[in-house]
Design a protein around this ligand. Structure first.
Ligand code: M6R
Length: 606
């Protein structure tokens, strides 16, 4: 949701911010804007549309002179995407510019109060209310820190804000509450951004801010203050080990394709330091604690499907019962959870508001919290008792791909570790699995080119369909749901993932010759069952593409053969095939693959 970047230092601030915005565009892309002070005047340039439109608008606006700027790319929550609703917004004096990510929940009440005092509003946004609230306190003669404290005392909801003041044109102030914001520290310069990819080209030194902390920045100097009575950690400058290259497309037409094709590397990186060359597993973070007698998993979207997949492997290998919840539901339920219970929170970004909400509820109940995150230092990573990092590198495409691969791999390692420690997994079976894992990256790598060619051919043939069904059984049911999610979010083709055995209980009524099915029919334990389910679909005239293996005996319209691997490793071959099918369908339909309509990468609002 919305991306913030701000800069203070010796360079031309506006181009630095525009470059940062381009890297943040995956967070939101309906409008963008920048504010800077030039010749004593606050200048705000904003446009509906992508950052490229803003770039055009900024040129020749005296922008080269300023040494500090705040900029924003928006994903609308309140008020339609338009120029007037784009950020930055100004206070009533016009001297204070603010960019905001989050939702001010009580904005209507505050707006009515300020309107009664004669303050005028230009936009329909909650953000404008927040900056006018801060400006009102400044107008009463308070310092910036005092004004922030007084205004934010009244603000309910989530926010990460950054402010630029006409009277202090090289200085920035920022504060966060349940929305991501990170400080980048360079030589004589500082950056504030929603995530590190915005400034990775300039510095890898970061300071993670806690809720309620105010940071004041002036060139290379920065100072963090905390509201009285609010907890926070000692501020340390930490080094991010992601490199700039990892956040670039590397010659690929889309980030999504690059990230799908990175999966062999992701598998290798995830295993590094966790499975040794002679096949021994070391999962220190998990093994420092006893094996849980029950596990509750919380996540959203693709991470939720990874969690569902994890349930199968943990229950099979470790005999630990697992419940998996969509975090947005869980957070408002009455979960049967208490001290000593184990909760695993899965999130690529570590900033998903619903997942954070679930985490907070689990914490209130006294549960032990383990996190599976990709982004180091993210809110979820910092909010759990123990974090396991997936080491997948930056994921930029809105459609999550390589992150799921890394999450599944970590869940598999957890299952093996639990199973070994509680005696559910025989030594021989453990060795076989870990040996298989050591060869997995090579197997996937050798097959990806062929899988992509097949995916492109099939996607071009079927992309005209208005609906698609993805069928799977057992460990492939979560993958069927993920395949459907990928297809709908980037190609806008309606798709559902369903357990194949359930078709006869209703959905088979939908089947006709215009309703294709992509069936996950790997030659494993449940192959014969899936084969019968597909025969039922075929008998009703439904076209079936079966993602199967050489040697199959399926009677389907298209058999898409990929190499066989033993279960559950075969899911790591099926996953990129599904992702590539969705990708190629979206490309065939001319969709905006990396920035699909109505979506944003990390969903930091409810
Ligand atoms: O960063 P998270 O893993 O917490 O994100 C969860 C979902 O928002 C995310 O997986 C979303 O569903 C993606 N668009 C899926 O491709």
């Amino acid at each position: 949701m919305c991306g913030i970047i701000a800069y203070s230092g010796p360079r031309q601030a506006v181009p630095v911010c525009l470059d940062g915005l381009s890297r943040l565009e995956y967070r939101g892309y309906d409008s963008a804007g920048v504010a800077y002070v030039s010749e004593g005047a606050m200048r705000v340039v904003k446009e509906r549309g992508k950052v490229s439109v803003l770039r055009e608008a900024v040129s020749g606006n005296g922008a080269h002179k300023s040494r500090a700027a705040v900029a924003h790319t928006r994903w609308a929550t309140h008020g339609e995407p338009s120029r007037v609703n784009a950020h930055p917004h100004l206070d009533a004096s016009g001297g204070l510019a603010m960019v905001h990510n989050g939702i001010l929940e009580n904005y209507l009440e505050l707006k009515t109060e300020m309107e009664a005092e004669g303050i005028r509003f230009d936009s329909q946004t909650d953000s404008e209310v927040l900056v006018k609230l801060i400006g009102r306190e400044l107008a009463r003669g308070l310092s910036m820190n005092e004004a922030l404290a007084a205004a934010l005392e009244r603000a309910e909801g989530s926010y990460a804000i950054t402010l630029l003041d006409r009277g202090n044109p090289e200085r920035l102030w920022a504060v966060r509450n349940k929305s991501p914001l990170v400080l980048g520290v360079g030589e004589d310069e500082c950056f504030l951004a929603s995530d590190v990819t915005a400034f990775l080209a300039h510095t890898r030194e970061v300071v993670h801010l806690d809720d309620g902390e105010v940071v004041e920045v002036n060139g290379g100097s920065w100072n963090v203050t905390r509201a009285p009575g609010r907890a926070g950690r000692r501020k340390l400058v930490e080094l991010v080990d992601w490199d700039v290259q990892a956040a670039r497309k590397d010659g690929h037409p889309h980030f999504m394709l690059k990230e799908i094709l990175e999966q062999p590397k992701v598998i290798r990186d995830c295993l590094t330091g966790r499975v040794t060359a002679d096949g021994a597993l070391r999962l220190d973070e998990v093994e420092a604690r006893p094996v849980p007698s029950k596990l509750t998993i919380l996540a959203c979207g693709t991470s939720y499907y990874a969690g569902l997949w994890g349930k199968y492997v943990i229950e099979r290998l470790a005999k630990v019962p697992v419940e998996v919840h969509v975090a947005s539901e869980f957070r408002y339920e009455e979960p049967v959870l208490g001290p000593g219970d184990h909760v695993l929170v899965i999130s690529q970004s570590g900033e998903t508001a619903d997942t954070l909400g679930g985490l907070e509820l689990a914490r209130e109940r006294g549960a032990e919290l383990l996190g599976l995150c990709n982004v180091v230092g993210s809110s979820i990573a910092r909010g759990v008792d123990t974090v396991l990092y997936t080491q997948a590198g930056p994921e930029i495409s809105v459609a999550s791909t390589k992150a799921m691969c890394s999450q599944m791999l970590m869940l598999l390692l957890m299952a093996v570790s639990h199973g070994r420690r509680n005696g559910s997994l025989a030594e021989e079976a453990e060795r076989e699995l870990l040996d298989g894992l050591l060869g997995l990256a090579d197997s996937v790598e050798e097959s990806l080119d062929t899988i992509r060619v097949q995916a492109r051919r099939l996607a071009r043939e079927y992309a005209h369909a208005s609906h698609f069904l993805f069928l799977g059984r057992g460990i492939f049911f979560p993958l069927a749901m993920e395949g459907a999610l990928k297809l709908k979010e980037i190609s806008y083709i309606h798709a559902e993932g369903y357990p194949s055995g359930e078709m006869k209980h209703g959905p088979i009524a939908l089947i006709d010759r215009d309703f294709p099915t992509l069936a996950l029919a790997q030659r494993d334990r449940l192959y014969a069952k899936v084969k019968s389910n597909l025969a039922e679909v075929r008998a009703r005239g439904g076209p079936v593409i079966a993602l199967t293996n050489p040697g199959h005996d399926l009677d389907v319209e298209r058999a898409w053969e990929i190499p066989s691997l033993p279960e559950p490793l075969n899911t790591f071959m099926v996953l990129p095939a599904l992702q590539l099918f969705a990708y190629e369908a979206a490309v065939a339909l001319g969709r905006d693959v990396d920035q699909p309509r109505n979506l944003a990468k990390s969903v930091t609002v409810e």
